[in-house]
Design a protein around this ligand. Sequence first.
Ligand code: ATP
Length: 266
Amino acid sequence: MLRTQKLTKRFGGLTAVDEVDFELEDELCSLIGPNGAGKTTFFDLLTGTLRPSSGTIELKTERGWRDMTEAGTDETASLGLHRSYQITNIFSGSTVAENVRIAAQAHGNDSFTLWRNTKAFDGYIEEAHSILERVGLASEAETTASNLSHGEKRKLEVAIALAGDPDVLLLDEPNAGVSSESVEEIIALIHDVADDHAVLLVEHNMDIVMNVSDRIVVLHQGAVIADGDPETIQNDPAVQEAYFGSYADDWKDASGTKRGTEGTTA
Ligand SMILES: Nc1ncnc2c1ncn2[C@@H]1O[C@H](COP(=O)(O)OP(=O)(O)OP(=O)(O)O)[C@@H](O)[C@H]1O
């Protein structure tokens, strides 16, 4: 679905992403690594928010692999790659339903002509409501977005990404700021969207990562140091070493050594 070859991003003398070869199949893959490992920079490169220093990014379309190394954010979105943002991307003064309707409308390229076409407009409203149903926000459709809880805002961000009808969904910390009571709901939501999308997830909560992932890729100092199923990754000495120091205890929690604590982060 999506692949990178020798993808590299340098900020001055610092190599934030270092020759990363990565391929996302039709699966749920998590990208993990200690703080500063390069996860956000990698996401920014994939979505066209940042331009790579070198290397390539390709997305599989109906017509085969398409080079999108130089593509900007609008182009990557129109090609089918959508991202839910860690920093909220919501129109806070609009209702929940309006936020999703606007995203669906933007995807349908009808932003300026709709006033002439009420039928199309109704279609986008219907689509917005069915997406809200899917993410568990139907009852909040007419709520002003600024009044949502953190957990509900994360769901709305996923709903906005879904409104772009993506093939590949990049989920950027969908659990950020969410209370521990809502973690199960976020896990259910991630499982649900992964049913019909390829998903790349960046998430600090290791309980979530271990629960939802088909595959985990570990970045350390910009480079991939491990790639495998959750069990393989948990037992990988290089991964334990990378986390050693700042996050060793959290990593042990996620590995089950001290199971029972909630909201494990890494
Ligand atoms: N715009 C920038 N200019 C200079 N350095 C940057 C810039 N953005 C990121 N970096 C550096 O690149 C490295 C990778 O940062 P990045 O934010 O991608 O890591 P991360 O894995 O997402 O970390 P975290 O888990 O803390 O979000 C860090 O050393 C960071 O300080």
